[in-house]
Design a protein around this ligand. Sequence first.
Ligand code: ARG
Length: 556
Amino acid sequence: MKTLTQIIKEQLALAATCDQDHVELTLATQPQFGHYQCNSAMKWAKELKRSPREIAQQVVDKLDKSLFEKVEVAGPGFINLTLKESFLSDQLNRMAKDPQLGVEQPERPAKIIVDFSSPNIAKEMHVGHLRSTIIGECLARLFESLGYQVLRLNHVGDWGTAFGMLIAWMQQQDNPSPQDLATLMNWYRAAKKCFDEDESFKHAAREAVVALQQGNPQARAIWQMICQISRQAFEQVYDLLDVSLVERGESYYNPWLKDVVEDLEKKGLLTLSEGAKCVFHEGYEIPYMVQKSDGGYNYDTTDLAALRHRVEVEKADRIIVVTDAGQSLHFELLKLTAQKAGYLNHVRFDHVPFGVVLGADGKKFRTRSGEVEKLIDLLCAAQQKAEEILAQREHNMSADEVKQLAHILGIDAVKYSDLASHRTSDYTFSYDRMLRFEGNTASFILYAYVRIAGIRRRITTQISLEPIVLEHPSEIDLGLHLLRFHETLLTMADTLLPHLLTEYLYLLAQKFNAFFRDCRVEGSEEQNRRLTLCEVTKDVMAKGLYILGLKTVERM
Ligand code: ARG
């Protein structure tokens, strides 16, 4: 289905005989101005050197009025548009019948790669990886809902110097087998200490990296074992978060690294800087360094090879990488380098940066002992807090039911509060705030959802749903908002900002509550058509929550 914005823009463009891209349409800022507002007359007037009001009036006169209840020129030349209730009802009924809820599916699905989560082997996942995982999964689900073919890639850090250190250290200790990630991390610390203090160990570690990269069986075997232990720890977190990814770490691109550097060389893009092979870009002091002076490859090399592979082999139409904002410069330079090398062609590449998670003290989020908080502990704590809160609130639930609900609510709350803050800003992590039942929280929206589910459940008589007829102002307001679901998803796919959807759902819950306060459903004359409105609201809410990665419950 076309979105309301698309439909109105089309009509305005026809009346103004211009391209739709030249029509600017926004939601009305006040209910008395109608539903939508077009501000383009001011711009057109400047180009034509005429009065904006006159131009606006001319467009209004020519506009096909069959969709509109009222069209007015206001102020300096705004065009205020109010859609007909019958038109809105028709659109909504079409949406209600469509299993995709009016979200158009393309004939040929474009392919998108979402590179997210991507923790590092032999290290704990931290809060930064939590953000990447939650945001990345949400974007992946968004694109799936828009009909894309999505490949979720876990670009784990499983290559490079750190592994040389670990392998060399383990070889020195007669190859013990580590039992868990904690042991492995201790060993890594010990290895790092040797590396910094002991020249001969440093040498051994470098040799171990080379052995690993050249496929030496013993080095490979140790490396495999290390990866396996980390993988198990990551999987625990992914299970809790209900996220699944294809692991394709840095090591995967090893066979292409040499080639990519040679290709840049051939294309004359490399400059030698203190022995390192670099690509310099105008306006940037720091180059993109693809080969270190000792001949080794690094993060820059793998990322360039990965990007090339994703375009040339995976045939992606769009690529996004979700990491903390600290890596923005790296990805800017990657993009510039890939463009110069001709790897990107028409493919859209977006780095999706996010801000830092802060503790109550306004500093980077840490545990009480001052260490970086382990993800798994943080998620379990959220579930624990949810259980405490629910136990106080829900007196009609058994302890088991409370526990089950708390498991869902705890994780939902963590995800929602992360997605609800503007992606690029830092946000303060607070269990108490994210678990509130009022305000822009997961619980508030789930509560509205449960309420709608309850309406249907309470009506025990046989009913047949009837087409929606929007009449009451609260009803129209809700209907109009439901019709904006599709365009919210489209804007989100362009801006890659998840808070647009949390805001949409927050408003949806509020508008539903207002409708339910003002319009009687059960036992009213309008019952069966209002139930249809409730059903679409429930479906849209469920779909929206799904895209956010939240689980729903039917009772609370
Ligand atoms: N492993 C990196 C980190 O922990 C993130 C990798 C993101 N993806 C990429 N293609 N560079 O910061």
